[in-house]
Every structure is written in structure tokens, then in C-alpha cells.
Design a protein around this ligand. Structure first.
Ligand SMILES: [Zn+2]
Length: 511
């Protein structure tokens, strides 16, 4: 590819002409030649703004054309972009397409040198599910940082923000009728770790550690303006220490419990012999449904030990009435209950790949989307059972792993290099699937940032970039079009843009 075209993720097709266009200004003048739409103008202006490009009468003319959409079920996120005679034309069939066309244009004109060839770009993502997960339980982040991450998603054409809202270390949204979830469940009982020298975890300062409804609505609006859908996640039935600290009667032993200050997997989980847990989940999921317009709710399901259930009389009684052979099967039973609750609310449930385990008596409901994190095996199994799949294998897409194998580097649970992230393709050749139909069930993937030991968002950024850019390209581009050497060259320019936009960035070895 022409080395003056450094867009990330790389467009599918770029044709260049001989004529050189000098870009003399880093602002744009957006022209919309239909009788529409404040909407369209705002979408375009927002996209340019994400890359630091302002709108001005004296800017480069950008003509936007929203074309009628073909009668397809899925929205077409593709776009066409031409650059000639110091003007840019962007056509697309959807607001997403317009947005991404503008993002590409913005990346082009933000480059340090301003000479570009005539261009004709035709582009469209390979995957409809291009996501980023942020864990706001292990570390609680400001809404300002969440918005900054939504900007990062937009700049890299990711369309899903998976918001991990509950875990052992904190419950982060309010549920009517259950005030202690936030009053108690959002606050750690021991503030010795992470280090509190800056007072960040200082209880005396009474810092609120959950998101209010108004903050959540504002984040949702911000995401919508950037063509991003937010997927809220409420963990069930493990990773529940925060809930149990607030309402100990929902645990098998009755407690007392505390909001965890340590990391890991804890034996105290929800008591599946207690019917009341479904009442509190109904309230929580109803609240989530009211707040979030998304079609999906993530119900967790990962890393749930079953040891308390083995000896709890209520859980044992439940196993008996449900005809289950083992405590482990209780989880599959609980998952089907929660999944049907989500379906009744008009949403599609998503679960981590453990939702496929121990389900001899309670087959995973067909509508559940499986997110594969323990490698790709869960995803392959889910596809073979005709479930839709989201790929997030730890060794490729967990960006909280170290960038390289060095004691000096932050990160945990191992190493994944930028190249390792880049060379993973969610539905690529390395997946041993039985037939092409199964490959179609793989919607795409999500890179994730689990935030143990990351109380400061600046350090979170350091772990993310540039692997976040690599994940975005791998979610956008067909496998056969990917080229790591070419990506590395483009990254040299893209890095400057990220610096301008004030993202921290790992500068070491990429492979
Ligand atoms: Zn129990």
C-alpha cells in the first residue's frame, strides 16, 4: 500500500492516482447536500472531533452523502471515500458508515506531512461485533476516562463497549429497592491495596464509587453519538462478593462477607438454593433494561466455584428437586433462569464460555451468545451447537497481560505481544470449525482490559496502546488482507496521532 495512507484499521481497498493533493489546513468544512439532517452533520463533526480535527468555514470541504440503504437485515457499516482537488467526498448507507468514512478522512488529514495522492477508498468491516471491554469494578474510573475510551473506540471503528459493572471488588450501579448494593457493595472494606498514598481509596474522603443513573445516561448518549453500542454486564452467579457484602442472606453461609480487596476467584458465590436471588436479579436486570437501549445484556457466568453448593442444605435441596447429579450442574440451571429473565425483558443474553459447562440437564438456551475467553475452544463448541459467538481468547485479546516478558513491565497473567494480538483472527483459518455455516456464527470479538492493580487510568492506557489498535484492525480486516509489517509502519504515524490526543502508549518491542 502507498505509505502515505496510514489509516488504522486499514481500509479494504485503496486506489491512488498520480495527482498530489496538498492538505494545507487541519480543519474541515462539512457540506451535506440533502435536506437532511442535523443528525448527519453532528455525526460527521463528532467523528472529525474524535481525531482532533475541527470544523471551520475555511477547512477542507467534505461532502457527505447518506445513500438509501439496500434492504438488508444488517446495517451496512461500509463507506466510500474519495479525495481529489482538495475536497473529500464520503458516501455510505448508514450513519455508522458515514462516521467511519469521516474517521478515515480525519486520520488522513491529521498526518504530519500534508501531501496525499488522489484517493478512492472502498471499505467495510469483516465483523459486525468489534468490541472493547472495560472492567470498572476492580478499578473504578471516572466518567471522563470512560468517554476518553469511547473516543478511542470510535477512532479505531469499534462499535461495542462492553461495560463490566459488577464483580467481587465493587457493584457500580444503583438498583431500586436494594440501596446497599451501592452504599456497601461499591466500597472496599480494606483500603490497603491498591496503594492509597494519593487518597484515591480513602474512605474518609467519602468518594462515591458507583455511577449514577444520570452519569450512565450521559455515557450512553456519548457512545451513541460515536456509533457505539454499550453492552452492560452483571455477573452471575460468581464474582459476587460485593453483592454478598451488601446482602449476606444471598450467600450459602449467610456471611459475613466483604467487598473483596484481593484479586482472584472466591468460594462465596450466590446461593442457588435461595429463590430470593432471582428477585434481586430481576430488579437489577430491569434497571439495566431501563437504562441501556442495547439489545444485549451480559450475564457473566465465568469463574464460579461450586464448593459452597456441595454442602449448603438449600443448594442440595434444589439439586434434588431439579434432578441434578452434581453441584456444578446448578450453575447451568441458574443460567437458564437468568437467560429467560433477560429474554423476557426483550434482550439477548451473553455469557462467558462456562455457560456451556455441566449442562446435561439444562441445555443452554439457543438465544444465548457465548463469549469465548478460555482460548477459542468455548467459541468453537458454541458454534457447533449453533450459538452465536464473540471471541476474546485470553492469550490474544486480554490487554491486561504484559506487553513483554519483563519484571519491569506492568501487567499480569502472562504476556501477549502486539503481534500476538494482531495475528489473531476471530473467525480465521486457525479455528477448526466443522463447516462454513459455523464460521458465520462468529460475530467478531472483543479486546478486554481487566483492571486489577490499575487504579490510575494513565497506566491503563499504557497497557492498551498499541495492542488496542492491533485488535481493532484484526476485527475490521479480512485475515488475508492483514500484514503485520505493514501495520507496524502505519503505527509509526498513528502513534503520533495518539500522542496528540494524549493517550499513553507502550513504546517497546512489538513481537
Ligand atoms: Zn446455597
Amino acid at each position: 500500500m502507498d505509505n502515505r495512507i496510514t489509516i488504522i484499521p486499514k481500509p479494504i481497498s485503496v486506489e491512488t492516482g498520480n495527482k498530489i493533493i496538498n492538505i494545507r489546513t487541519k480543519s474541515v468544512s462539512i457540506c451535506i447536500n440533502t435536506d437532511s439532517k442535523a443528525d448527519l452533520y453532528k455525526t460527521a463533526a463528532t467523528a472529525f472531533g474524535v481525531a482532533g480535527i475541527k470544523t471551520s468555514d475555511k477547512g477542507i470541504s467534505v461532502f457527505i452523502e447518506l445513500q438509501p440503504q439496500d434492504k438488508k437485515q444488517e446495517i451496512n457499516e461500509g463507506y466510500n471515500l474519495t479525495l481529489s482537488d482538495e475536497e473529500i467526498r464520503i458516501k455510505a448507507e448508514s450513519l455508522n458508515g458515514i462516521f467511519y468514512g469521516c474517521i478515515s478522512a480525519a486520520q488522513l488529514i491529521s498526518r504530519a506531512d500534508n501531501e496525499l495522492p488522489e484517493l478512492n477508498i472502498t471499505d467495510q468491516p469483516i465483523h459486525s461485533w468489534r468490541g472493547f471491554l472495560l472492567d470498572t469494578s476492580r478499578s473504578f474510573y471516572s466518567t471522563a476516562f470512560i468517554k476518553k475510551m469511547l473516543d478511542a473506540c470510535a477512532l479505531h471503528k469499534l462499535n461495542i463497549f462492553h461495560w463490566h459493572l459488577t464483580d467481587d471488588q465493587g457493584w457500580r450501579f444503583e438498583v431500586p429497592g436494594y440501596p446497599r448494593l451501592t452504599e456497601i457493595g461499591s466500597k472496599r472494606q480494606d483500603y490497603t491495596m491498591p496503594a492509597s498514598e494519593d487518597g484515591f481509596y480513602d474512605e474518609e474522603k467519602l468518594i462515591r464509587r458507583w455511577y449514577t443513573d444520570e452519569e450512565i445516561k450521559e455515557i450512553i448518549r456519548y457512545a451513541q453519538e460515536r456509533c457505539i453500542q454499550i453492552i452492560p454486564e452483571v455477573e452471575f452467579p460468581g464474582h459476587s462478593s460485593a453483592l454478598l457484602a451488601a446482602y449476606p442472606e444471598y450467600g450459602c453461609t449467610g456471611g459475613p462477607y466483604q467487598v473483596e480487596n484481593r484479586w482472584g476467584i472466591f468460594p462465596d458465590v450466590l446461593c442457588l438454593g435461595n429463590d430470593n436471588i432471582f428477585t434481586i436479579y430481576e430488579a437489577a436486570l430491569k434497571k439495566i433494561t431501563e437504562l441501556f437501549p442495547s439489545d444485549y445484556i451480559h450475564i457473566g457466568g465465568d469463574e464460579c466455584p461450586h464448593e459452597r453448593w456441595e454442602i449448603c442444605p438449600k443448594c442440595q435441596a434444589r439439586m434434588k428437586t431439579e434432578g441434578l447429579d452434581s453441584a456444578a450442574q446448578l450453575q447451568a440451571w441458574g443460567t437458564t433462569k437468568i437467560a429467560s429473565m433477560v429474554a423476557k425483558l426483550g434482550k439477548v443474553p451473553i455469557g462467558w464460555d462456562e455457560v456451556l459447562d455441566n449442562n446435561k440437564h439444562n441445555k443452554l438456551p439457543d438465544n444465548v451468545i457465548v463469549q469465548s475467553w478460555r482460548g477459542t475452544e468455548g467459541g468453537i463448541k458454541a458454534a457447533s451447537l449453533n450459538h452465536k459467538v464473540i471471541m476474546s481468547p485470553t492469550q490474544r485479546f486480554y490487554l491486561n497481560l504484559k506487553n513483554k516478558d519483563s519484571f519491569e513491565e506492568p501487567g499480569r497473567l502472562g504476556v501477549t505481544t502486539t503481534k500476538k494480538t494482531y495475528t489473531f483472527s476471530p473467525a480465521g483459518k486457525e479455528l477448526k470449525l466443522e463447516n462454513p455455516e459455523q464460521r458465520k456464527l462468529i460475530l467478531g470479538g472483543e479486546c478486554t482490559l481487566w483492571t486489577e492493580k490499575l487504579p490510575h487510568s494513565r497506566n491503563a492506557e499504557y497497557l492498551l496502546f498499541p495492542r488496542f489498535c492491533a485488535a481493532a484492525e484484526t476485527l475490521w480486516l479480512p485475515e488475508e488482507k492483514k500484514d503485520f509489517e505493514d501495520f507496524k509502519q502505519r503505527l509509526e504515524y498513528h502513534k503520533k496521532l495518539l500522542h496528540q490526543l494524549d493517550y499513553r502508549y507502550y513504546e517497546g518491542e512489538l513481537e
